[in-house]
Design a protein. Structure first.
Length: 134
């Protein structure tokens, strides 16, 4: 068994698609009509056959209160691994991305949290290896 698709609930699929592709750098994997919405997934350009992220409309009655509660408490909905949190933070901040948590070293990892403009907080993280932890 393996994970093939994970969802992130978004308030506007078009806006989310632009943010996740143009700003974050993901690539569109699938974009097909699905009723009033779209089945819209993105993937990492480093792993185009890897796990897809579904930009899921938050139209379900439970989705918006769930997102709002997480956001209000500062809890990221999901996380993405990066090679260098500081460099990624600098790149994204330069593109106007708003961070709610600047890069911080928490011992076994370095992380930062940003607003995805679609109602979610997203964490970027780099787990340290044994050499990093001294």
């Amino acid at each position: 068994m393996r994970i093939t698709i994970a969802s992130v609930y978004v308030d506007d699929q078009e806006k989310a698609h632009a943010f996740y592709t143009e700003t974050l750098g993901f690539r569109t994997k699938v974009d097909v009509p699905a009723g009033e919405f779209r089945w819209l997934t993105v993937v990492s350009p480093e792993d185009p056959e890897g796990t897809e992220l579904l930009l899921e409309p938050d139209a379900h009655p439970a989705a918006k209160p769930f997102k709002e509660a997480l956001y209000a408490d500062g809890v990221p909905l999901t996380q993405f691994s990066v090679d260098d949190v500081a460099a990624e933070h600098e790149r994204l901040a330069g593109l106007g991305v708003r961070f709610t948590q600047e890069p911080v070293d928490i011992g076994p990892a370095v992380l930062a949290v940003f607003d995805d403009t679609c109602g979610n907080l997203i964490q970027i993280i780099r787990m340290k290896d044994d050499a990093d932890q001294g």
